[in-house]
Design a protein around this ligand. Structure first.
Ligand code: AMP
Ligand code: GLY
Length: 423
């Protein structure tokens, strides 16, 4: 098969890496891809992934048999619908189904209607009413912009003032543009978070190995929220009992709920969970694989990812055997100093081959080639992934890999998987 991966981050590098191992994959393309992906796929840089017609043209001209969409924006932009209508098999939900991520209000209302456990909430399109609600409810409290805000539209406010300021910034100053014309204000949930990604064909839903992300930029979960500074799998907080509860109370019901509303969800469904007193509750749904969760989950998948993806598209996922390794994986994200605020780009990166020689996998995220040199080009630059029989050994291996990689102002967390070590 000729396969096209859409996207350019660490998640897409991990997807491409796993897809390239499939006996079904003859030729792999990535759009736009990155220098790491370029080692295993042909990167297409002259077509915008936001231009659905141009992507379809490319797919037709290159006899693409399967398109795998990594990021949320093209999903919300209806790329899967248009590719499917053009007769091209596509892994990723339709525009309507992707609202589960694209609109927090859609997701919350659906959960409320079908009794799926999540934080209690109210929706506001009026600043004054939102502020009155916050003052009555008290803090801590969480303010969320309705639409897509590149993972930054959530403010976990510790005080009423902070929450009120967040409402002004999101709704009046439009810090996330139209995504913030409506907000969800919800109950603060106190617990441990985990990410449960699942494959679904619209009828059957099968969870992957649970993982845990580290969203804050600094050690001890301090500092600003980022796209994710590291991850590990499996996450011990997700005991077999909690996984089962998540399947029965969250994954199956949300799929059934969408189906009742006339929406068929196919692809990867990401449930961001908060485990509160042994009960999983939904923090958010994403319509795609997680980043950096994918970088730790896919290396543990022993089955053919392409076969699973085809079953998600064509149906019959219940007949596919999905095997996972018992090993543990860790991903340390190497970020540009200053991220998630401003940071320098174009800094030379070295040591990647040395790190690979230490039995690590290196997934590129924000890298570029400049005069044949590898340089930084984004906030999250690389993911260093290691695998071992237990989490501690995997961690030691990953940090040994990190030690030999260098670029100026390189920043990474030194406490990835600290919760797993405590469990
Ligand atoms: P989201 O973009 O929805 O994943 O939110 C970003 C982060 O904010 C989450 O990973 C949580 O750490 C935190 N968060 C979101 N909603 C809540 C909530 N209701 N209670 C506590 N923390 C939350
Ligand atoms: N790691 C968080 C996300 O992918 O949304």
């Amino acid at each position: 098969m000729n396969i096209l991966v859409i996207g350019s981050g660490g998640r897409e590098h991990a997807l491409a890496w796993k897809i390239a191992q499939s006996p079904k994959c003859d030729k792999l393309y990535a759009m736009p891809g990155n220098p790491g992906i370029e080692e295993i796929a042909e990167c297409v840089k002259d077509v915008s992934i936001n231009d659905n017609a141009a992507v379809i043209d490319f797919a037709k001209n290159h006899s693409i048999d399967l398109v795998v969409i990594g990021p949320e924006a093209p999903l919300v932009n209806g790329l899967a619908d248009e590719l499917t209508a053009a007769g091209i098999k596509t892994f990723g939900p339709s525009k309507t189904a992707a609202q589960i991520e694209g609109s927090k209000i859609f997701a919350k209302n659906l959960m409320k209607k079908y009794g799926i456990p999540t934080a209690t909430y109210e929706v506001f399109d009026d600043v004054n009413r939102a502020c009155r609600y916050i003052k009555a409810a008290g803090a801590p409290i969480v303010v969320k912009a309705d639409g897509l805000a590149a993972g930054k539209g959530v403010i976990v406010a510790q005080t009423v003032d902070e929450a009120v300021n967040a409402v002004f910034e999101v709704m009046e100053q439009k810090s996330f543009g139209e995504a913030g014309s409506r907000v969800v204000i919800e109950e603060y949930m106190d617990g441990e978070e985990a990410s449960l990604l699942a494959f679904t064909d619209g009828t059957t839903i099968i969870p992957m190995i649970p993982s845990q992300d580290h969203k804050r930029v600094n050690d001890g979960d301090e500092g600003l929220n980022t796209g994710g500074m590291g991850a590990y799998a499996p996450a011990p907080v997700m005991t077999p009992e909690i996984i089962q509860k998540a399947e029965e109370k969250i994954l199956k019901p949300i799929l059934a709920a969408m189906s009742k509303e006339g929406i068929t969800y196919k692809g990867c469904l990401y449930a961001g969970l908060m485990i509160v007193n042994g009960e999983p509750k939904v923090v958010e749904f994403n319509a795609r694989f997680g980043d950096p969760e994918t970088q730790v989950v896919l290396p543990l998948l022993e089955s053919d990812l392409v076969e699973i993806m085809l079953a998600c598209i064509d149906g019959g996922l219940n007949k596919v055997k999905i095997n996972w390794s018992n090993d543990s994986t860790v991903c340390i994200v190497l970020a540009s100093g200053g991220y998630p605020l401003s940071y320098k780009k174009g800094l030379e990166i070295d040591g990647i081959n040395k790190a690979k020689a230490l039995d690590t996998l290196i997934f590129h995220a924000g890298t570029a080639k400049a005069d044949d040199k590898l340089v930084t080009s984004g906030g999250r630059v690389l993911g260093v992934v290691a695998r071992a029989g237990d989490i501690k050994t995997a961690l030691d291996k990953a940090y040994k890999g990190v030690e030999v990689i260098h670029f100026d102002n390189m920043h990474f967390r030194k406490d990835i998987a600290h919760r797993a070590l405590r469990h």
